[in-house]
Design a protein around this ligand. Structure first.
Ligand SMILES: *Cc1c(COP(=O)(O)O)cnc(C)c1O
Length: 472
């Protein structure tokens, strides 16, 4: 049997990690490899006999980093960022040391209790009332699936899990065309079907909100046709160009229609630690469920998605299953009644197994404090607005969608081909990384700031890179 010197190799990995972060800005942001380049360097099968760690580490260094796209690069302006503040990484490293499976309170009481505290810290930091509680999940896709399942079960009087959907009426869920594909997928997985996701038209920019009058008409038509409306998914800060629905109007309509509302604010909600941005989701506290990803903008490394709900009992009635082998033998005392009987957090999510995610959140929030995190987000928003104005003033460029927080989109004169060619040329250059989307049938180039360690200089480099390459 082989042993490795865990202490020595952990130190080596920590040193490598620190050097990597110090030097990441000198690497091309997007991986410059071709499909198959990495696979060609990896053995075709596992070795029968263990190899030296030295050899493994050397292969790691020579093969892997160049095959990575560097999400912690300060000039990452693509998709949405997936930040990893270094303090949070230290917390995550310690969570890895325990490597605990935190499914039940008794399988790691500290993980459950710290998680409930961190959920509550974040809830308060976002300006939400203490009527919300929740859990950390892996991704927004999972949290949204839980919300869609709750809509389903609520509409079926909690008979769907037992009886299945056969012979049941069509359950209808409403969202705008600006919502994320994870909503569509949630309906697929929940067995409701794509055809029962009713996409409502959107209104004018810059927020392109769901047309609530059209939503009301769609609900009435569905009821008249014998369908059963089950819920509405509102979007705050859509992925393409920042679509943001009017939560107040949607929640008011949902109340009249007795529908469940889930708000997907996976990216944008991190900005709600700054009170001046909260108008974008005014009245969100009237919703039943909210998802946001602290692993996007806030600085918590993947994976950490916060699912907040107003009625945890409804979520548990949808997802809790307790065979004898999972019964908790030591029930936690409810902490001053505020978290009630929620002790086994796996009863509020799809997966049974759960990582110790709260530790990295605790390290992040304590090491930086909310004020530092707010300042970073305010900078990102201001710098995106500045770049947008500079591109607007530059010949040959047009702004397609105005900034929503730190996301806007632009285009260069010419057809879609030319704009796609520009995206490719910029990303091949390596100084910055951005991605395209389609808006009103045409290609637009997205630009979003949010990388944790970026500075104003990185915006200048972005402007120079974009205009220089477009001029070629
Ligand atoms: C990123 C994003 C998602 C998907 O998030 P995952 O955590 O990757 O599942 C969903 N909705 C919006 C608005 C997003 O920005």
């Amino acid at each position: 049997m082989r042993d490795i010197d865990y202490r020595a190799w952990s130190h080596r990995a920590a040193d490598w990690s620190a050097d990597y972060r110090d030097g990441v800005a000198d690497r091309p942001v997007r991986a410059q490899v071709k499909p198959g380049d990495v696979a060609a360097q990896i053995a075709d099968a596992a070795p029968e006999l263990g190899e030296e760690m030295e050899a493994i580490f050397a292969d790691f260094e020579s093969i892997i980093p160049d095959g990575m796209t560097h999400w912690q690069h300060p000039r990452f302006f693509a998709y949405f960022t997936s930040n990893a503040a270094q303090a949070a990484l230290v917390g995550d490293q310690l969570a890895n040391a325990f490597a605990s499976q935190c499914m039940l309170w008794q399988t790691s009481p500290a993980a459950t209790e710290l998680e409930l505290k961190m959920v509550d810290w974040l809830r308060a930091a976002l300006g939400l009332p203490d009527s919300f509680t929740g859990t950390f999940q892996d991704t927004a896709s999972s949290a949204t699936l839980c919300a869609v399942l709750t809509m389903r079960e609520r509409a079926l009087n909690f008979t769907g899990n037992k009886e299945g959907l056969s012979g049941k009426p069509n359950l209808r869920i409403y969202a705008s065309g600006g919502t994320h594909s994870s909503i569509d997928k949630a309906l697929w997985v929940a067995g409701l079907g794509q055809d029962n996701l009713v996409k409502i038209t959107t209104g004018e920019g810059p927020l392109f909100p769901m047309d609530v009058a059209a939503l009301e008409r769609a609900i009435a038509e569905d009821r008249a046709a014998g369908h059963v409306p089950a819920g509405i998914v509102a979007c705050v800060g859509g992925t393409s160009v920042g679509h943001t629905d009017n939560c107040a109007e949607i929640c008011a309509l949902a109340k009249r229609e007795n529908l469940f509302v889930h708000v997907d604010a996976a990216w944008a909600a991190s900005a709600m630690i700054c009170p001046e941005f909260r108008h974008l989701w005014a009245d969100v506290e009237q919703a039943d469920s909210i998802v946001l990803n602290p692993h996007k903008w806030l600085g918590v490394p993947m994976e950490c998605s916060l699912h907040l709900v107003r009625d945890p009992a409804m979520l548990r009635d949808t997802l809790s299953i307790e065979p004898e082998y999972l019964k908790t033998r030591t029930k936690a005392e409810p902490a001053k009644g505020e978290v009630g009987e929620i002790t086994d957090l796996s009863s509020m999510s799809i997966q049974l197994g759960r990582r110790f995610r709260a530790l990295k959140v605790w390290f992040l929030l304590r090491a930086h404090g909310l004020e530092d995190l707010r300042q970073r987000i305010r900078n990102h928003v201001e710098w995106a607005e500045n770049l947008c104005e500079r591109l607007r003033e530059t010949d040959g460029f047009e702004i397609v969608t105005e900034p929503v927080l730190s996301l806007f989109s632009f285009r260069v004169e010419g057809d879609d081909e030319r704009n796609l060619a520009l995206v490719d040329a910029i990303n091949d250059d390596g100084r910055i990384y951005l991605t395209q989307t389609k808006f009103e049938g045409r290609i637009a180039i997205r630009f979003v700031t949010g990388q944790f360690d970026m500075t104003r200089d990185d915006i200048d480099i972005a402007y120079d890179t974009i205009t220089e390459i477009a001029a070629r």
